[in-house]
Structures are given as structure tokens and as C-alpha cells.
Design a binder for this molecule. Sequence first.
Ligand SMILES: NC(=O)c1ccc[n+]([C@@H]2O[C@H](COP(=O)([O-])OP(=O)(O)OC[C@H]3O[C@@H](n4cnc5c(N)ncnc54)[C@H](OP(=O)(O)O)[C@@H]3O)[C@@H](O)[C@H]2O)c1
Length: 259
Amino acid sequence: MISRDYLFDMFSLDGRVAIVTGGSSGIGRAVAGALARAGAQVVVVARREEELAATVDELVAEGCRAAWVSGDLGTRDGVRAAAEAATEAFGEPDILVNSAGINLRPPMGELGEDVWDTTMAVNLEAPFLLGRRFGPGMAERGFGRIIHITSQQAHRAFVQSGAYGVSKGALESLARSQAEAWSPYGVTCNTLVPGFVMTPLNTRLSNDPEKVAALAARTMVGRNGLAEDFAGAAVFLASRASAYVTGQSVFVDGGLSVH
Ligand SMILES: NC(=O)c1ccc[n+]([C@@H]2O[C@H](COP(=O)([O-])OP(=O)(O)OC[C@H]3O[C@@H](n4cnc5c(N)ncnc54)[C@H](OP(=O)(O)O)[C@@H]3O)[C@@H](O)[C@H]2O)c1
């Protein structure tokens, strides 16, 4: 016998409001869709309007509630403006997913300050500022879920993208500090850690069949990740079911990190 009420109580996001940065592409888009299909009202935030509108149109066509905000998370003012705009459609969020990210990849020896600053701004500072904007409100209301998307590069060097790995390592530390601050008030803060996922972020690698096969062979499952692989873990971390999971880095990588 399946108890639908049991599943609903545990995993439903009905009545929750979620903001998903980078929700118009790749992992963020899959996560936004998963949260919306699980019942949340979802606001996706990124820069390009066409991709944002397409994401929201698809969800609304399925009967979900979704809205979009175009904003640049690469500047502090941009983050602040996007945060305020993101509350207009459905109000203050219960769930914040930071998936917006960039990987600019100059090798360490050629890494300039501009790339360093841009990487830290989008990958680390925006999640910090959004957490500071929304975390205290979640704590006051007694429920919240903050989910960052980090990377295997928070744990190991990979294809020479030094600044990116640094930003992701720091993002995992940020999740632990946020967890320490707000978990007593019902706000859990965790990260989802992808391995290699076939998205627009890594077109250069994913267009090279030999590299794709070599990376797939390093997993245990035997294939590279797909954006949809993050749907279940995101719903779990956003739901009531994960109330006792906080400050954790949850690897969704087909076993890559333990192979
Ligand atoms: N794909 C992988 O193999 C992989 C592996 C490890 C970790 N990750 C992480 O997973 C997350 C999602 O990556 P993905 O592969 O899904 O990448 P993606 O398909 O390139 O999506 C990135 C998203 O971030 C948004 N974004 C980028 N810069 C932004 C800015 N300045 N302001 C606002 N939005 C911005 C993009 O939209 P606009 O360009 O329109 O702004 C897009 O929606 C990232 O944090 C990435 O580091 C990915």
C-alpha cells in the first residue's frame, strides 16, 4: 500500500516559495522544475530573458506557479536589486537555491585579478548576499532551506580552473557557517556537489567525445551527470524530510568522488 498522504507530508513543497538563481539553464533549470512540480511557487533569476521566459512558460504550461527576474548577480547592486525583484511575485522565500555559476578556466599561472573577482562575485558573493538577505527571515518564520550548488572542485583540483575551485570550496564553508547560524531556527543549509554534468557550462569538454567517455568511466554509475539527476536530491533538501540534514555536502556525481 502506498500512503500518498505520507509522501505528501514528507516531500510536498505545496505552499512554499522558492528562489532559484541560474534557474534558466542546466542544473538550476532542472532544480527549479523539480521544486515547482513538487508544489513550490518558484522564481528563477538569471540574466538572459529569453531563457528565463522559456523556463517559466514551460512550467506554467504544466500548471505550476513560476515567475522570472532578470538580474546580474555579478555585482553587489545587481544582487540586491534581483533579490528585491524576486520577492515581488510570491513574497519572501522559504527556499533559496544558488545555482548561478561561472567557470572561466584560465590556468593558475595566467589567472588575472579580473577573472578572480568575477568568479568570486557570481559563485561566492552572490550566495552570501542572498543568504544574508533571506536567511534571517526564514529563521524568524521558523522554516527555511538554503541549497548551494558547488562542485567536485571544492574537493579536488580539476582541469586547471583554480579560481573556480576556490570559489566552490569557500561556498561549502559558507553553507556550514550558515547552517551553524540558522539551523537552530529551522533553516537548514546544504550543498549539492555535482561531478561532471552535461550542461551549457562545459560545452568545451562535453563536445569532446573522448573526454566525455573518459570522465564517464571515472564514475561508478558509468555515465556523466544530467541536469535531471539533481531533481530528487533538491526536492529532498527543500522538503520537511531533510529537517535533520544541515551543513552537509551531498555528492550527486554517480560515484565519481569515491571511485
Ligand atoms: N555542469 C557541470 O559539470 C557542473 C559541475 C560542477 C558544478 N556545477 C555548478 O552547477 C551550477 C549550475 O551549472 P550549470 O552546469 O547548470 O551551468 P549553466 O547551464 O551554464 O547555467 C548557469 C546559470 O547561471 C546563470 N548565470 C551565470 N552568470 C550569471 C550572473 N552574472 N547573473 C545571473 N545569473 C547568472 C546563467 O544564466 P545567464 O547566463 O542568462 O545569466 C544560467 O542560468 C553552477 O554553480 C556550476 O558551477 C556544474
